[in-house]
Design a protein around this ligand. Structure first.
Ligand code: DQA
Length: 141
């Protein structure tokens, strides 16, 4: 099973950025944990701060990978292009957020990608990604 995890803008700063909201761990360290916990899964990780690069990556893998787990960061709330890219590919996408976006500023309550995703997991810290993996795994049994 091939799963791509995509992180959008500013998520390269995890572990350094607003630690009270996003925690102390870098994504690279967490990604290693996921790889050893789910050794049967072929994981890939991609991060970009650039909207068009995120869209290109969705196009690149969206007809061959089994699943995508995407935290589009702030683009979640603004990007019609990312929402359209998810609608245009075949690979199912789960939207994830580290923080509970619904407990934060009102502009974070809107997602322009959610309606094209399988579902949303928010507010579970980095565990949001693990829960998305478990969902895709449960479908493959
Ligand atoms: C985030 C929530 C977004 O509102 C924010 O812009 C982020 C991170 C999260 O994982 O909680 O960059 O997607």
């Amino acid at each position: 099973m091939k799963i791509l995890i995509i992180n959008g803008p500013n998520l390269n700063l995890l572990g350094k950025r607003e630690k009270t909201i996003y925690g102390e761990s870098s994504f690279e360290d967490y990604f290693k944990e996921l790889q050893s916990e789910f050794s049967a899964i072929d994981f890939e990780y991609y991060q970009s701060n650039v909207e068009g690069e995120l869209i290109n990556k969705l196009h690149e893998v969206g007809f061959s990978y089994d699943a995508i787990i995407m935290n589009a960061g702030a683009y979640t709330h603004t990007s019609i292009g990312i929402g359209d890219a998810i609608a245009g590919i075949e690979t199912p996408v789960i939207e994830v957020h580290i923080s509970n976006v619904y407990a934060r500023e009102e502009y974070r309550h809107q997602s322009l990608m959610a309606k094209n995703c399988v579902g949303i997991i928010a507010g579970m810290g980095l565990n949001s990604y693990r829960l998305a993996v478990l969902h895709f795994l449960s479908l493959n049994k």
